[in-house]
Design a binder for this molecule. Structure first.
Ligand SMILES: *[C@@H]1O[C@H](CO)[C@@H](O)[C@H](O)[C@H]1NC(C)=O
Length: 273
């Protein structure tokens, strides 16, 4: 009896250790402005459920689970932070209070929470494209997508390579381009997608708004619109809602995208001469 009991508790302890090994505890801070270093289009994902982790975004670990106080959310890990574990303000607020940041906005700093990488399918509900494919910018996500396609071509697992869709939208907050799907037909010979309109044409796009939830007011604001008085005040917590100025190429948007696009247009124009 004694020995079978101790065998069982030993087995239980092993199972518990395995479960613990998969999760890690991280200090989580709120993030107010949507961004994506790999060019995921905010108009086609739930920008209230994004993880901004310190490590590089990769082609497989796109979805993480985050738990605190008996509550749990899935988050798309599609941007890199400057060192903190940031999450969308709404997700942070929900985990702490059980309520959306728009309903009951809370302020504060880093809170220890449990996280683990989970299968990308768990984040399907956060993506609004057909088949929940990851929506990428045809003009500006090619470096990342190419790295994932190379992985797949080498016979390695690459969730992104098998589950992406390109749009002729230039920036993650969806303010330039056309809301149309593009295809990459001749990769790797050609690294440029084909779109119904010219690839990277920087026309104003107003039909695909992206909203942020302002910290700490909980107010819903159009991304890319001039900052209100609340966001121009520096929050008192280290990473809270910081507008990490130009942390990635996609955060120096508008002007940079326009410059890149004009460069691409001039390039193809000169190439056609
Ligand atoms: C494929 O996986 C192997 C083994 O992990 C690794 O050494 C190699 O660099 C990978 N190749 C690519 C192109 O990702």
């Amino acid at each position: 009896m004694r020995s079978s009991t101790s065998t069982r508790s030993w087995a239980t302890a092993l199972v518990a250790a395995a479960a613990v090994a998969a999760t890690t505890t991280v200090g989580v801070t709120p993030h107010a402005s949507y961004s994506s270093s790999i060019g995921v289009l905010g108009c086609k994902v739930n920008t209230n459920r994004i993880a901004y982790w310190p490590m590089d975004v990769d082609c497989n670990n796109i979805c993480v689970s985050l738990s605190y106080g008996g509550r749990q959310v899935y988050l798309l890990r599609i941007d890199q932070s400057g060192g903190a574990h940031d999450v969308s303000y709404d997700a942070w607020n929900y985990l702490i209070t059980g309520k959306s940041a728009t309903a009951d906005p809370t302020a504060g700093g880093s809170i220890d929470m449990e996280t683990e990488n989970v299968d990308a399918s768990k984040c399907a509900g956060l993506i609004s494209t057909s088949g929940s494919k990851l929506p990428l910018s045809a003009a500006n996500s090619m470096n990342f997508l190419n790295s994932c396609l190379v992985q797949q071509a080498a016979g390695n697992e690459s969730w992104v390579a098998a589950n992406y869709v390109l749009y002729n939208i230039l920036d993650p907050i969806c303010t330039y381009g056309y809301n149309e799907v593009c295809t990459l037909t001749d990769w790797p010979d050609q690294n440029q997608a084909t779109c119904p309109h010219q690839l990277g044409d920087p026309v104003a796009l107003t039909s695909q708004p992206v909203y942020n939830i302002e910290y700490p007011t909980g107010e819903k604001v159009l991304a890319g619109a001039p900052a209100s008085a609340a966001t121009t005040t520096t929050p008192n917590t280290a990473n809270a809602a910081a507008n990490h100025a130009c942390r990635s190429m996609f955060q120096c948007q508008s002007l940079l995208f326009w410059v890149l696009s004009m460069g691409a247009i001039m390039h193809s124009f000169l190439g056609s001469l």
